[in-house]
Each structure stands twice: as C-alpha cells, then as structure tokens.
Design a protein around this ligand. Structure first.
Ligand code: RTP
Length: 163
C-alpha cells in the first residue's frame, strides 16, 4: 500500500567493463537484491568503439546522456576507451526511491572517497575504473531505461531478421 502511494521509479545500472572482467556482476546484483529492489531488465552488451565514437545512438546507449556532456572534458577519450573495452552488463532496477538509493549503494565517483560499505568504496580504487554506473536523477533513470529497452528490441529484431 505504501509503495502504491509513493512514486515507483526505474534506474539504469550498468556494470562497467572492469566490473564484468573482475567477476563482480553477481556481487553487484546481490547488493541490489538484498536491499529489496526489483530487477526488471538485464542484458550483456558490447559496444564497438567506432560506434561509440560516431553514432549518437550507441553513445547514448553506452555512455548515457550525461557522458555527452562530458565530451569537452580531457578524460572523455579515456572514458570512451574504457567503456568500450569489454562487455558491460546493462540492468534496469525498479522501486520506490531506487534512483537515489542506488547512488548511495554505488558510492562517490572517486572510489577513494566512497564510503566503506558502498560498491565503489569496497571494490574499487580509481575513478577511471569505478565498476558501475547508476542514473543520477529519476528523469535520467527514465531516459536511460528507454535506451535500454530500445537496445533489447533492436537485438530481438536483428535476431529475427538474421534467422
Ligand atoms: P557514472 O555516470 O558512471 O555513474 O558516474 P558519476 O555520475 O559518478 O560521474 P560523472 O561525473 O558523470 O562521470 C562519468 C564517469 O566518467 C569517468 N570519469 N573519469 N577525472 C577523471 O578521470 C574522470 N572523471 C569522471 C568515471 O568513470 C565516471 O564514473
């Protein structure tokens, strides 16, 4: 009843290539499950680097709208190299207050400043290898979840055409 009175949100969580490579997918999923949020989407995806650089759609899928805002930053090329260096695990999690709560579970961008008990605080040391992404607002949660669904539909349609 409480949940029905409050706003159920969706957030887009992405285990970055270092998290997948280090075998942290289960650990990260487990933290969201134990907190009590609901997993409503899951897909392993690898973005070809050429696509990430030239195709707005793919950059959006992989790097989210706010990465576009980071385009002028000196670390942007490194960020693209990092995010396209291996498969990522894309997820949608649902629940009341899930956007802000997920950011707390994830911890500060710089893992050295992230509190112990958070994913980055416990499992990472470098900003450029900070294991996981989470939407930073309910609006971006909707936007990034929308892109995730497009990615899944695109995959299903490609499979249907090629079979
Ligand atoms: P995210 O979008 O990945 O959840 O990260 P965030 O909101 O905590 O941080 P944001 O400022 O949006 O930065 C996005 C990602 O870019 C990389 N980064 N590198 N100085 C650097 O080298 C630097 N700063 C940011 C990180 O991977 C960060 O998560």
């Amino acid at each position: 009843l409480v949940a029905s009175l409050e706003q159920v949100e969706q957030t887009y969580i992405m285990v970055k290539p270092d998290g997948v490579q280090r075998g942290l997918v289960g650990e990260i999923i487990s933290r969201f499950e134990r907190k009590g949020f609901k997993l409503t989407g899951l897909k392993l995806f690898q973005c070809p680097k050429e696509l990430a650089e030239v195709c707005k759609f793919a950059v959006g899928l992989m790097c989210h709208e706010h990465y576009k805002d980071l385009k002028a930053k000196s670390f942007y090329p490194t960020l693209i190299d990092y995010i396209t260096s291996g498969p990522v695990v894309c997820m949608v999690w649902e629940g009341v207050g899930v956007v802000a709560s997920a950011r707390k579970l994830i911890g500060s961008t710089n893992p050295l400043q992230a509190d112990p008990g958070t994913i980055r605080g416990d499992l990472a040391v470098q900003t450029g290898r900070n294991v996981v992404h989470g939407s930073d607002s309910p609006e971006n949660g909707k936007r990034e979840t929308g892109r995730f669904l497009l990615l899944v539909f695109k995959h299903i349609i490609t499979e249907m055409i090629s079979s």
